[in-house]
Ligand binder design. Structure first.
Ligand code: ADP
Ligand code: MN
Ligand code: MN
Ligand code: MN
Ligand code: MN
Length: 368
């Protein structure tokens, strides 16, 4: 695998790394990397501990703590916050018995912190479990260097206009495929339900899809897939931007979303299309409420992206259509043809919290 940006790597010899990482693993101990959402509601943090015997079940992973005053989740005088394990994945970076542990965060009274929307989401998913809510999320992102300059873009001026990059092949149109391929394999190793990946419309922009996932698993898996992506990029000396419209792309370039596909058991039945169309009423009713939680900044991030141009709808209007990519919600052509399937909510921003988005969809369609 080539280095995308070699000068940003530490000058350690690969042979040295290989020596230590290749030493026989400890027979029983494992390294558990606890991953959590910080006070931005957008960025992840992680720290690692040894567990003497690799647990068999989630419930055997201990609750842990961290300094919430350093993550925007507490003040210094009362800084301890708790990490509660909610999902465990084989660690594709360390391999062996080692694991990645997705956690939600609790305050000193064991109540969810301000950016912990998982507990609320999990309760909601339990309530509607008889409807078997399935989700699939399409995570778009831009690969950038540490100065936030998109990969493959000239340092001065702009690349050739968009048109040739979407699903593009070749060194003049696909930038950072090493990151994409490595991430894909790493997700498979971790047991994440990765559906696919493709190069996107803007140069340096890519997408992976997670799904289908049942209920709360959607959020757990997408957050962990994001963690893996940031870590893979780190190893190549590049970064991943989930900003829906990075400043450098403000001209005639597509922004980044996180389309959220959704179905219930009724929508998947032979005459499911009726249920899918009926769901539009509920989605329309909650439009302004939804727009506030479809990005981590109260809807402000999405205002830059949902302009009605570049395959988006307008932020202030709800619309739906069949095979229409300028709508808030799209019914894919194939779903309309088959008369059953799922709908695609195109409004969530690339930096959305999937716990908030999936909860909002369930609330709109199944609770109201
Ligand atoms: P697009 O045509 O919008 O680019 P993609 O191929 O990128 O679509 O993604 C399709 C997504 O739809 C995947 O995440 C997949 O898991 C999801 N999906 C497929 N069938 C269903 C279903 N019945 N319910 C919910 N999600 C689904
Ligand atoms: Mn310390
Ligand atoms: Mn897609
Ligand atoms: Mn896309
Ligand atoms: Mn889509």
């Amino acid at each position: 695998m080539s280095h995308l940006n070699y000068e940003t790597r530490l000058p350690l010899g690969q042979a040295t790394i290989d020596h230590f990482m290749g030493l026989p693993a400890h027979p029983t101990k494992c390294q558990a990397t606890y991953v959590w959402i910080d006070g931005t509601g957008e960025h992840l943090r992680a720290k690692t501990r040894t567990i003497n015997t690799k647990p068999q079940y989630l419930s055997e992973y201990p609750i842990w703590n961290y300094d919430g005053s350093s993550t925007g989740q507490a003040d210094g005088l009362n800084s301890d916050r708790y990490l509660r394990p909610v999902a465990v994945f084989p660690d594709p970076f360390l391999g062996g018995l080692n694991v990645l542990v997705m956690c939600d965060t609790l305050d000193h009274e064991m109540k969810p912190t301000a950016t912990n929307h998982r507990q609320m989401c999990a309760e909601l998913m339990k309530k509607v479990s008889d409807q078997q809510p399935w989700f699939g999320m399409e995570q778009e992102y831009l690969i950038v260097d540490r100065d936030e300059h998109p990969l493959g873009w000239p340092k001065h001026g702009y690349p050739a206009p968009q048109g040739k990059y979407y699903c593009g092949i070749g060194a003049d149109r696909a930038f950072g495929r090493e990151v994409v391929e490595t991430h894909y394999r790493a997700c498979l190793h971790a047991g994440i339900t990765i559906f696919g990946s493709n190069a996107e419309v803007t140069p340096g922009q890519w997408e992976f899809q997670i799904g289908t996932c049942l209920g709360i698993e959607m959020g757990d898996q997408l957050w962990m897939a994001r963690y893996i992506l940031h870590r893979v990029a780190e190893q190549f000396g590049v970064c991943v931007s989930l900003d829906p419209k990075p400043r450098v792309t403000m001209g005639d370039w597509n922004g980044a979303g996180c389309h959220t596909n959704f179905s219930t058991i009724d929508m998947r039945r032979p005459d499911g299309l009726e249920t899918i169309i009926a769901a539009m009423e509920g989605l329309k009713k909650t439009h302004s409420e939804a727009m506030k939680v479809y990005d981590p900044n109260g809807g402000h991030d999405n205002l830059r992206r949902l302009t009605g141009r570049h395959e988006t709808s307008q932020a202030d209007q709800f619309s739906w259509g069949i095979a229409n990519r300028a709508c808030s919600v799209r019914i894919p052509r194939q779903v309309a043809d088959e008369g059953r399937g799922y709908l695609e909510d195109r409004r969530p921003s690339s930096n959305c919290d999937p716990y908030l988005v999936t909860a909002m969809i369930v609330k709109s369609v199944l609770i109201n």
